[in-house]
Design a protein around this ligand. Structure first.
Ligand SMILES: NC(=O)C1=CN([C@@H]2O[C@H](COP(=O)(O)OP(=O)(O)OC[C@H]3O[C@@H](n4cnc5c(N)ncnc54)[C@H](OP(=O)(O)O)[C@@H]3O)[C@@H](O)[C@H]2O)C=CC1
Ligand SMILES: C[C@H](CCC(=O)NCC(=O)O)[C@H]1CC[C@H]2[C@@H]3C(=O)C[C@@H]4C[C@H](O)CC[C@]4(C)[C@H]3CC[C@]12C
Length: 293
């Protein structure tokens, strides 16, 4: 191959890649106007902030979590912010019948569904793995199986609307971090299930997008309480994080990386320099080390 071709082919590749990415649609808040959206884990944290963004954009929001009193306040705020409608359904995602019931409520009360945002997580610990197998089983039910159950129930409505599934995951769902063994297992499971399902949708021409969101440390109350003393990193703002998730879902992106520099860039090391990435992660942890023998 001539020298010119060796330069020309990669150059053309870059030009094509640039054209492909720059031709992508831009996000406009109107994209969500009148859309029917379920947000799980919406009584606090990132889920609560997503509900407020959706309300400002004029969506119909159905929020869910266990604590009804908190959800009631979220609904009132959504109404003040301009939601087309706002309603709640409370219950625990430990129970797959409840997961299904939430989707049925959307069908009965909204007449369909355009976006399913799966965001809730059950309580876990942030420390060394304690060997409790039942805890992993319970966390898998809440953080993984209920996501599957809701997806299965919502699919007929999402197929009809050409809708979107948004799955909130974490850096801990792409790479191993210390102190998150049960949590990380549930987040890796989500990647396996939804990335495989996306492939099948593509083969079957199912017009339902799946967006997996890879988040770094975010300043929600529960995360800061659990990890701020150990993880030497400033948490990113939950309001901005919530908006980026919604944008990614509306644009039908395959994955959302937030914050980009703390997620996408370190993950580039994962397949080529895994031990270096592991080392860098450990450097961000402040842990008591056992005295040398
Ligand atoms: N904050 C962070 O640093 C990061 C967060 N993420 C991901 O972002 C998402 C949101 O996290 P964040 O906002 O911090 O979490 P929060 O702890 O603030 O919120 C968790 C939500 O889940 C609900 N919930 C808890 N247990 C159950 C249950 N059994 N059934 C139904 N709902 C339940 C809670 O409400 P209630 O108690 O009322 O049920 C609450 O609304 C999660 O998927 C998390 O993995 C990813 C990376 C980093
Ligand atoms: C341990 C946190 C979950 C706390 C919890 O149980 N909340 C519910 C409740 O209180 O009811 C973890 C939630 C998010 C995790 C963070 C995350 O996903 C991003 C980083 C990933 C990395 O693996 C470790 C550091 C993280 C900041 C991680 C820390 C643990 C969480 C805060």
């Amino acid at each position: 191959m001539g020298r010119l071709q060796k330069i020309l082919i990669p150059f053309l590749g870059l030009v094509l890649a640039f054209c492909f990415y720059s031709a992508r649609e831009n996000f406009k808040p109107e994209m969500l106007k009148g859309k029917r959206v379920i947000v799980t884990g919406a009584s606090t944290g990132i889920g609560e902030q997503m509900a407020y963004h959706l309300a400002r954009m004029g969506a119909h929001v159905l929020v869910t979590a266990r604590t009804e009193a908190k959800l009631q306040k979220v609904v009132e705020r959504c109404q003040e912010l301009g939601a087309s409608s706002a309603r709640l359904i409370s219950g625990s995602m430990e129970d797959m019948a409840f997961a299904k019931q939430v989707v049925e409520a959307a069908e009965a009360e909204l007449g369909g569904l355009d976006m399913l945002i799966l965001n809730h997580i059950g309580k876990s610990y942030f420390s060394y793995f304690d060997g409790d197998v039942r805890h992993i089983q319970k966390l898998l039910d809440i953080n993984f199986l209920s996501y599957v159950a809701m997806t299965v129930s919502a699919l007929p409505m999402l197929k009809q609307s050409g809708g979107s599934i948004v799955v909130v995951s974490s850096m801990a769902g792409k790479v191993g971090f210390p102190f998150t063994v049960p949590y990380s297992a549930t987040k890796f499971a989500l990647d396996g299930f939804f990335s495989s399902l996306r492939q099948e949708f593509s083969i079957q021409n199912v017009n339902v997008s799946i967006t997996l969101c890879i988040l770094s440390f975010i300043d929600t109350e529960s995360a800061v309480r659990a990890a701020a003393d150990v993880v030497q990193m400033s948490p990113a703002p939950k309001e901005e994080c919530a908006l980026e998730i919604i944008k990614g879902g509306a644009l039908r992106q395959r994955e959302v990386y937030y914050k980009y520099a703390l997620t996408k860039i370190p993950l580039l090391l994962r397949d080529w320099a895994a031990e270096l990435l592991d080392y860098l992660i450990r450097q961000h942890y402040r842990v008591e080390r056992p005295p040398a023998a």
